[in-house]
Each structure stands twice: as structure tokens, then as C-alpha cells.
Ligand binder design. Structure first.
Ligand code: IMP
Ligand code: MG
Length: 180
């Protein structure tokens, strides 16, 4: 039996099966790039947790994981780009091959800040992988090496993405009805 959809959903953008299939494809590219090496996945709490674990399960290279959390004021309303780390990594990334795993790159402020901060810690390499990429709203240009889906300029939930901390656990990606 299928679960009832939350009433705030306008339409499903990508089904759970489509997400799984695409995550598998991107994981294959990542495994190919880092073949013969160890990869450290860095997740950004809390949005990237679901994507990171799905991705990690599909990788066939040795993988370590670590997390950081940020307080971000780069929200849609303010449009500003103030980001700070509220929970740092547990371990050093010096000399490691690091893949920053994001739920969505929107304006790019968050990813730019994190890439700059991580780069200053001396990793052997540093790249960015995101579940969703909304290039139409990009303000700062950043290198997105791996991405699962490009999405339109609509607020989306599911697969880790929240609205007021809800809906992260939906297995699919959905467009929300406009707020009233
Ligand atoms: P950026 O700094 O503008 O790239 O912000 C990205 C962050 O904004 C993401 O990590 C999300 O937390 C949040 N965000 C942006 N768009 C959406 C959306 O459509 N749904 C849920 N969160 C979003
Ligand atoms: Mg986020």
C-alpha cells in the first residue's frame, strides 16, 4: 500500500525509484574518478544526510564519512550570504580526497563558504557533489562536479530537504504548493 501524500505537495518531481536510479549513476561516476583511493564524504547536516547515506551505499571504493553543520542566513527572503559552521568535522581532512555532499546548491553562498573553508585545511583534493542544482538562482559561481538533478525555481521537499524541518524523510522529491 502506498503512503498518503502530505497535502502541501503540488506535484512529484522525481519518484523514489528515479532518485535511486540517478544516485546509482552518479555513484558509479564517483567510484570511477576515485578508483584506487579512499574517499572522505563530508555531509552538511541535516539536509544532506539522506542523500549521503544513499550515495555511500552505492560506492564501491573505501569510504569514510564525517559531518558538519552550518547556520545559514542565505535564505530566499534575505538573499544574503552569511554562513557559519555551528558543528565542525570530528577529524582532520589534511591529505585526504574529500567530497563535499550537499542537498541543494541554490545561490551558491553555502557551497562557496564550505569549499573555501575545507580547502584551507589542506585536503589532497576537494570536489562537490549535490543532489539538486538550481542554476537559475545562482549568485556566486562554484564548481559542481557531480549532481543528480537540475531543478526549476520552485521550493522542493523530500530526500533530506525540509520545510520548517518537516518532510526530510520523504523518499521522493516534490514541489510544494505556494505558501498562502
Ligand atoms: P544556498 O547557499 O543559497 O546555495 O543555499 C542552499 C541551502 O538553502 C540548502 O542547503 C537548503 O538548506 C536551502 N534550500 C534552498 N532551496 C531549497 C528548497 O527548494 N527546499 C529546501 N531547502 C532549500
Ligand atoms: Mg541545507
Amino acid at each position: 500500500m502506498s503512503k498518503p501524500l502530505p497535502p502541501c505537495i503540488e506535484r512529484i518531481l522525481f519518484t523514489e525509484e528515479q532518485v535511486q536510479e540517478r544516485v546509482r549513476e552518479v555513484a558509479a561516476s564517483i567510484s570511477e574518478k576515485y578508483r584506487g583511493r579512499e574517499l572522505k564524504l563530508i555531509g552538511v547536516l541535516k539536509g544532506s544526510v539522506f542523500f549521503l547515506t544513499a550515495l555511500a551505499r552505492e560506492l564501491d571504493i573505501p569510504v569514510k564519512i564525517d559531518f558538519l553543520a552550518i547556520s545559514s542566513f542565505s535564505n530566499r527572503a534575505s538573499g544574503s550570504g552569511v554562513v557559519r559552521i555551528s558543528k565542525d568535522l570530528d577529524e582532520s581532512i589534511e591529505g585526504e580526497d574529500v567530497l563535499l555532499v550537499e542537498d541543494i546548491v541554490d545561490t551558491g553562498f553555502t557551497a562557496r563558504y564550505l569549499l573555501q573553508t575545507l580547502a584551507s585545511r589542506g585536503p589532497n583534493s576537494l570536489s562537490l557533489c549535490t543532489l539538486l542544482d538550481r542554476t537559475t538562482r545562482r549568485i556566486v559561481q562554484i564548481p559542481v562536479e557531480f549532481r543528480c538533478f537540475e531543478i526549476p525555481d520552485r521550493f522542493v521537499i523530500g530526500c533530506g530537504l525540509d520545510y520548517k524541518q518537516l518532510y526530510r524523510n520523504l523518499g521522493f522529491l516534490a514541489v510544494m504548493k505556494p505558501e498562502r
